[in-house]
Design a protein around this ligand. Structure first.
Ligand SMILES: *[C@@H]1O[C@H](CO)[C@@H](O)[C@H](O)[C@H]1NC(C)=O
Ligand SMILES: *[C@@H]1O[C@H](CO)[C@@H](O)[C@H](O)[C@H]1NC(C)=O
Length: 323
């Protein structure tokens, strides 16, 4: 009778998983104050908001209470939502702004002409879910900056757009690096400490835009687990290649020299001695040795003495003549 695995086993496993998940989630339910909110989890979404600016002057817009007004980054066609980062996720992503409106075009002119920066910000840690009364109070109490209008809950993300301004259109360096530094885990896990974005190679990688055009911004997002940038420069590669080649050449030369020295100083004399010993009875082939020895052998062979032979040549030849 074939044994069937009990069908209730996977069900039990799923139930246990759900139960523990529910416990874990409900365990996070009690909300602490904004100062002690937990950090981001890996991959958690982070919304980007940007300073709202007056299209006539580029001045930032403040709300009734004198606070700077931040609005969501323009909606990206790729996601149908404003630009978003994911905590700790390095990727290349595109954000296509479907239609450059007249006001947005003028703002782009300000950004590229450096009359005003494209100042955005990201929450340093997840914001409390709903702007409840106590959250608002604590947000106001954490305002700082010249105007008392920057919140300590956020980290600035200035997007340095490079490009050129023409009479009727713009060239926007639309290839951007976006770097984010998280606080070291030992300090506080899941907190953003710094962020910045900038156009790279704007002279080669740019798009021409006029009012009504789409604009694709290509972000290359990189994350760093501390506020320190890792060293990146290891040369252009040519230097490494050349020195490696030189090293190989030198070591090849050195090993060749050692081989030659060994052969001439140790192995060759040994062989010659062995040859001499072996060829004494048959003597005729003694001449194979060193030419010098051969000459000696010729000159002195008749004496029949092998004393000259640095090699067997002289010795052998001499002996051979005697036959
Ligand atoms: C972004 O768009 C460019 C063309 O505009 C395309 O070549 C590239 O593959 C896109 N990258 C991603 C990650 O979608
Ligand atoms: C953006 O998406 C809309 C709707 O999906 C589409 O009609 C439009 O062509 C897209 N624009 C670009 C520039 O891809």
């Amino acid at each position: 009778m074939p044994r069937r695995p009990p069908t209730w086993l996977p069900l039990l496993a799923i139930f246990t998983f759900w139960a523990s998940l529910a416990t874990a989630l409900s365990g996070q339910e009690p909300l602490k104050g904004p100062a002690e909110t937990p950090g981001y989890k890996a991959g958690e979404g982070i919304s980007v908001t940007c300073l709202n600016r007056n299209i006539e002057t580029g001045e930032h817009i403040t709300d009734a209470s004198g606070q700077l007004q931040y609005i969501p980054f323009p909606t990206c066609n790729e996601t149908g939502r404003p630009l978003e980062l994911s905590f700790g996720v390095e990727k290349d992503m595109n954000c296509t702004i479907d239609f450059i409106s007249d006001p947005f075009f003028h703002l782009l002119e300000f950004y590229i002409h450096n009359d005003a920066p494209l100042t955005c910000r990201v929450p340093s840690k997840p914001l409390p879910p709903s702007p409840s009364a106590d959250y608002k109070v604590s947000d106001e109490t954490t305002q700082e900056g010249a105007l008392g209008s920057q919140s300590t809950l956020y980290t600035p993300l200035v997007i340095s757009l490079a490009g050129t301004l023409q009479l009727s259109h713009l060239h926007v360096g639309n290839s951007l690096n976006l770097l984010v530094h998280a606080a070291p885990k030992s300090v506080e896990a899941g907190r953003i400490d710094a962020a910045s974005a900038y156009s790279v190679a704007p002279h080669e990688r740019n798009v021409r835009v006029s009012i009504g055009d789409p604009l694709t911004l290509s972000f290359s997002v990189r994350w760093y687990p501390s506020t320190v940038l890792p060293p990146g420069w290891t040369g252009y590669g040519g230097h490494v290649y050349k020195s490696t080649f030189l090293y190989c050449l030198l070591s090849a030369g050195a090993s060749a020299a050692i081989c030659v020295a060994y052969f001439r100083g140790v192995e060759l004399p040994r062989r010659l001695r062995r040859y001499a010993r072996d060829k004494v009875p048959g003597g005729r082939f003694g001449g194979y040795g060193l030419p010098i020895a051969n000459g000696n052998g010729n000159g002195n062979g008749s004496t029949g003495l092998g004393g000259y032979g640095f090699g067997g040549g002289g010795y052998g030849y001499g002996v051979g003549k005697k036959d």
